[in-house]
Ligand binder design. Structure first.
Ligand code: NAD
Length: 358
């Protein structure tokens, strides 16, 4: 098969980590008989410098003409001060998610066996293993609701943010979660605050209907405060965790911390039609940009997610994941995951080692 992939290399360490991921993709192509056509798409701070806008006209169309999008990271202190949305790199991130209809954010949090001692939890908890998939609703809820600020007569200034969810929004993210669970260990934990919030009561009602439809999948409701606790007490109990936008924002960061390093974690944002967007969870790390110090593993594992979820190529995805684990098992580390006294390799060497394992 031939796949067309949009590359948003972006800013800071983005071009370095995407460069290694592209080479890994090519190695997978050679091994499994696929070819790739890459289309460079300018977005973020580099686009502000080149054309005056972080999200140049035609960006969405360019991406839509591809089968998937790989994003490094955008942003950095150089572009952090403008109040003009066109001159802010984050505008581009929100715009592309909206324009591609990416309503489901998938963030796996897996403790890689060779790095179990990087887990900040108790040894016996880490030993049970952590391998969960956080499925966050990405385009609804309080982040997209009406905002207001007004003066009251007796209580001073007041502000409000509206949290709204429709049946359609809940059902489509719920289906994603149940479908994913079927590809994994067959369990969905739906996180809400149904003891307080009406949006959560609607959320729960729809999830229960889906649970009947997907009777082969184990299902449970978890209140968000309990979910936050369980993630540090016994994360091994979770397989797929599905939740609304704000709860997901917070819980997915908590989940990523328990697995050790930000440089290891991939993510996918998908909608109902191609292309999905795949990116490491980390940012552009301006402090180490251009120094061959960035860990490329999160971006390389994002490519594995692309193979699994956009191209339905689970063997290719597993080959990448196994190659990463094999390199880590041999003790190779980039600076972010090296223990004091351990020698670290650079971005390019790490990429080369992973390709050699493939
Ligand atoms: P960051 O993730 O860029 O960096 C946080 C820390 O982690 C830094 O010390 C950095 O050196 C380290 N780090 C991050 N990725 C690493 C890697 N692959 N290997 C080794 N170390 C790594 O977060 P930040 O410093 O808060 O943000 C920097 C810039 O990135 C900001 O402009 C922010 O807006 C942007 N950002 C972009 C995205 C995105 O493009 N999706 C996401 C988050 C932040």
């Amino acid at each position: 098969m031939n796949y067309k992939i949009a590359l948003i290399r972006g800013d800071g360490i983005g071009p370095e980590v995407v460069g290694e991921a592209v080479k890994v993709m090519e190695a997978v192509g050679e091994k499994f008989g696929h070819s790739f056509q890459f289309v460079d798409v300018l977005m973020g701070g580099c686009a502000i410098d080149a054309v005056g806008k972080s999200y140049p006209d035609g960006t969405a169309e360019k991406c839509k003409s591809c089968d998937a999008v790989l994003l490094g990271a955008v942003g950095g202190p150089k572009w952090g001060h403008s109040t003009n949305p066109d001159k802010r790199p984050e505008t581009a991130l929100l715009s592309i998610r909206k324009d591609l209809g990416l309503y489901a954010n998938l963030r796996p949090a897996a403790l890689r066996p060779a790095l179990a001692d990087a887990c900040p939890l108790k040894k016996e908890t880490a030993e049970k293993g952590i391998d969960l998939m956080m499925v966050r609703e990405l385009t609804g809820g309080i982040y997209f609701g009406k905002r207001a600020r007004y003066q009251t007569e007796d209580r001073g200034e007041e502000a409000s943010d509206l949290m709204a969810y429709s049946q359609l929004e809940i059902e489509r993210i719920g289906r994603r979660a149940f479908e994913l669970a079927r590809l994994r260990r067959g369990k969905v934990s739906s996180v809400d605050k149904a003891n307080v919030l009406e949006t959560s009561r609607l959320w729960r009602q729809i999830m229960h209907k889906l649970a009947q439809e997907y009777a082969d999948v184990e299902y449970e409701d978890v209140l968000v405060d309990n979910a936050a606790m369980q993630l540090v007490r016994d994360p091994g109990q979770f397989d797929v965790v599905v939740t609304e936008n704000m709860f997901g924002d917070i819980l997915s960061d908590e989940a990523s911390m328990i697995t050790g390093s930000i440089g290891l974690l991939p993510s996918a944002s998908i909608g109902d039609t191609a292309p999905g967007l795949y990116e490491p969870i980390h940012g552009s790390a301006p402090d180490i940009a251009g120094q061959d110090k960035a860990n490329p593993i999160a971006t390389i594992l994002s490519v594995a997610m692309m193979f699994r979820y956009s191209f339905q190529l689970p063997d290719e995805a597993a080959a990448i994941e196994c190659a990463v684990d094999a390199v880590l098992a041999e003790g190779w580390r980039t600076a972010d995951i090296a223990k004091p006294g351990e020698t670290a390799v650079g971005t390019q060497k790490m990429g080369e080692l992973i390709r050699a394992k493939l």
